[in-house]
Each structure stands twice: as C-alpha cells, then as structure tokens.
Design a protein. Structure first.
Length: 291
C-alpha cells in the first residue's frame, strides 16, 4: 500500500469507523396495540437516563421515517434530503441528535451503542411512535439500527441502511487494522484542547476492539425487511483491500437472511446521501410504499 493510500485509509478509519462503537443489545419491545400519536412539529427535548436529546418532527402520516446520521454528524446532516423525502412520501419524519452531538447533552464515558439504541427508543416512545417506523441509517448509525431492530422488531416496518457499518465487516483482522491505524490520531486528539467533537471521537475509540468483536456476532432480525445501499467507492477509496472487504460485508449481510435487498450507489463516495440523494430517496420511497 502506498503512503498516499495509507493516509486515505487512516482518514477513513478515523472519520467513518471509529465513530461507530456499539455493543450489546437493548431490552425493549414495540407496542403494536397502542394508538398512533401525532407529535407536534418542531423540536422536542426528551430526557432519558439523566440526559436530554433533541428530536425534530416534520409532520406527516405513517410510516414514520427516522433519519439517523453517521459518526460525527448531527440531525442537520439531513437538511437537504429531508424536504424531498417529505414531499415524495408524505410521511412523518424524525431526525435527532445522538448524545454528545448537536443540541443533545453529552454523556461521560465511552460511547455505548446499547445506550444509543435506548435513547432512540425512549425518544420515539415519548413522541408516541411505537410502530410502523422505517429507519434510514447512514454509516455509524447502521450499528444503532441493528441493535434497535433486534430489541424492537415490532416497532419497525423496515430499514434502509446507507453505506452502513454492518456486523460482517468487523472481523478480528479488520478490527486490528483499524485500531493500529487510528491509534496515533486518537493520541493526538487527547493532547489537543478538549472540544465537544474531540471528546466524542475519543469516547468512540475507547474499548473499540471488544465492542466490535461483540457486534460482529449480531444478526439482523429476519422479520424486518431491509435495503442495503453500498457505495461504489466505499469509505476506503484509497485502499482496494479494505474497500473490497466493505463491499463483501454488505453482500454477506444481504445473503444472510430473507427480505434483504442490495443496491450499489455507482460512482458515489461513502457520503451517499449527499452524492446521490435521488437513490436514497427512491429506495426509501419504495420501502415506504410496500411496508
């Protein structure tokens, strides 16, 4: 691997994979018998486990689309795509800031995917949304989606995972590569002035290996249909070996269960919602129409 390619891989690992640490599984279930609520439009600050989270509601009908951004991004990531989704589907749309991002409170300690999934579940329940939800999850949010789906399959009618972190990607070999290559960047961050963004990256890196070894063993529930969009360039455009592993992981995920569809975002970087919003719009619209 050339020096230039190694540098690109390190940047991808830090920006895409490190903001991705998820573990365990949350214990909750949907309540399909509960009547659907109609939450008011705008910002809702919702408390869960001692911290507050920012949820934003765009009115519409069911199914409810929940847009979850990747690592290092908050709800504003969806500002361009959101109105197009609203017009095309007529669906209610929820965007939110995970703990430590945007307007949501920070939580001390390492980033915990179980807590992230629990935060999302708590927010939806507080808004009265307990069924007919479609997750649209980019990058790191794919891990949150996986744990949420395992714990709350009755809440979901489907998901669109957009170049998302999938369990099949995190083999022992890949985890070791990522940990080794990102260690210098994390050490450098720890020496810099403490900022909200830096603290989030450092928290995400803590205990990376064991948490992703656990995530590697997790499977998507068969009862929840899912569309997987994989970018042609992947997060590792400068490293053919890692890019191929990313694409292979997406194919393995889709082959592992029923009701799964694989779509390639041709000529797109990892940032598919920005590079090819029409593709994301089409796949969400199709799932919403059939869900």
């Amino acid at each position: 691997m050339t020096t230039r390619r190694m540098s690109r891989f390190r940047r991808a690992a830090l920006a895409i994979v490190l903001p991705v640490v998820v573990v365990g599984a949350v214990a909750a279930c949907g309540d399909p018998a509960a009547p659907e609520a109609t939450p008011s439009a705008g910002l809702h600050m919702i408390a869960n486990d001692g911290h507050r989270l920012a949820f934003h509601v765009t009115p519409g009908h069911s199914p409810t689309l929940v847009l979850d951004a990747g690592g290092g991004e908050d709800s504003s990531y969806w500002n361009t795509l959101l109105p197009r989704l609203s017009r095309a589907t007529g669906s209610r749309i929820i965007t939110y800031d995970r703990a430590g991002m945007g307007a949501s409170d920070e939580v001390k300690g390492r980033w915990d995917g179980r807590a992230a999934a629990a935060d999302l579940h708590a927010g939806l329940r507080e808004l009265g949304i307990t069924r007919d939800v479609i997750l649209v999850s980019h990058s790191q949010a794919g891990e949150v989606a996986t744990y949420f789906a395992r714990a709350n399959p009755n809440v979901l009618s489907g998901a669109v995972l957009v170049d998302a972190n999938l369990p099949q990607f995190f083999t022992d070999t890949q985890i070791q590569r990522i940990v080794a290559l990102t260690a210098p960047q994390i050490e450098a961050l720890e020496k810099q002035p403490s900022t909200k963004e830096n603290r989030q990256l450092i928290a995400t890196a803590e205990n990376f290996g064991p948490t992703h070894q656990a995530y590697h063993q997790v499977s998507w529930p068969d009862r929840v249909p899912v569309t997987v969009i994989v970018s042609e360039k992947t997060p590792f455009d400068g490293s053919p070996q890692d890019a191929q592993h990313w694409r292979d992981a997406a194919a393995e995920f889709v082959a592992a269960g029923p009701g799964r569809t694989l779509v390639t975002a041709h000529a797109s970087s990892h940032d598919v919602p920005k590079d090819n919003p029409a593709l994301v719009l089409r796949e969400v619209e199709q799932l919403a129409a059939t869900g």
